[in-house]
Design a protein around this ligand. Structure first.
Ligand code: SAM
Length: 301
């Protein structure tokens, strides 16, 4: 019996083989790609350190034996152990930017990228953004992406996990943003100082039912980054309670709560949530102004 490696020689061969194997497997997609073909392209091209686009030049190039073994090893681990591809590659892409990733942090996938790239328009208007907080930062992807759009803003990346902050530090260094972006270890707002113009957050928001029924891929991600109590709102409650004291006038709070959005809206009938829409998919992201939060806090706290 021949081993597949004997029959696979070119980039095209490996793209075809990976696609067939993924298609015949019961994989969950949603950690950076959402289909068999994109997953195969990412596995093959990024293992070879080739670009994801404009790469047809290489399709008929032969791979070395080491390259063939590495792709097949990652393919088998993706299928057998359900490890998200981003962890096998050690990288993920967010707002078109590369980030170093490992199992200390969630794989970046927030729809907030689509909003950040617009400069948070039309919501911010001409409000000048001097300080940004990425709360529950994980890899730092949201705050680092924001720092490249708001290119004179100072950005705090806050997380309770020292492991996550070590990954965020590596990404600050990789993107050469150490003069404006820093990490802060903080339990939600507890260790933070001063006010911000923009608070962006993708906190844990998975409720107990979803935690119990997640596809295997999610079990490779840190529980600390996912679980948020029986209704998924543990962190949303804390963020809403503290945000008004952390925002400058004219500032914005933007938080992803995913599937927990109906529970959140039911819990806060007096808050005028704006639920954002995304062309590239994703929902459950709300926006509130500093003024909305101040008025609500004055009446309710
Ligand atoms: C859903 S992950 C989001 C990571 C990143 N923002 C992203 O979009 O990929 C949530 C993050 O919240 C952090 N976290 C959990 N509890 C926290 C707390 N009490 N205070 C601050 N961060 C916390 C976790 O360590 C994790 O990195």
């Amino acid at each position: 019996m021949t081993h597949p490696i004997d029959d696979l020689k070119t980039v095209r061969d490996f793209l075809r083989y990976a696609s067939s194997r993924f298609a015949a497997s019961d994989l969950f997609y949603g950690h950076g790609t959402d289909n068999v073909w994109d997953e195969a392209v990412q596995l093959v091209m990024r293992t070879l350190h080739l670009p994801l686009e404009n790469n047809t030049l290489f399709l008929d190039a032969n791979l070395t034996w080491d390259e063939r073994h590495l792709i097949l090893e990652r393919l088998e681990r993706r299928i057998d152990q359900r490890i998200p591809l981003a962890y096998l590659l050690g990288e993920a892409w967010f707002m078109g930017m590369p980030f170093q990733i490992d199992e200390r942090v969630l794989v970046p996938r927030s729809p907030l990228a689509e909003l950040i790239v617009t400069g948070v328009q039309p919501w911010l208007g001409n409000h000048h953004v001097e300080r940004i907080l990425d709360l529950c930062t994980g890899s730092g992807c949201i705050g680092i992406a924001a720092a490249t759009v708001f290119d004179d803003a100072r950005v705090d990346l806050a997380d309770i996990s020292p492991d996550a902050l070590a990954v965020a530090e590596a990404n600050i260094t990789m993107h050469e943003l150490g003069d404006r972006v820093r990490t802060v270890q903080s339990d939600v707002f507890n260790e933070l100082e001063g006010r911000y113009d923009l608070i962006l957050s993708n906190p844990p928001y998975v409720d107990a039912d979803d935690m119990a029924s997640m596809p295997d891929e999610f079990h490779h991600e840190p529980v600390l980054g996912l679980a948020a109590g029986h209704d998924g709102l543990e962190f949303a409650h804390r963020i809403l309670a503290g945000a008004h004291a952390r925002l400058n006038p004219g500032g914005l709070l933007i938080v992803e709560v995913g599937n927990s959005w109906p529970a959140l809206e039911a819990a806060y009938p007096a808050l005028p949530f704006v639920w954002l829409e995304f062309e590239q998919g994703g929902d459950g992201v709300f926006l509130l102004t500093a003024e909305d939060l101040a008025a609500w806090s004055a009446e309710n706290q």
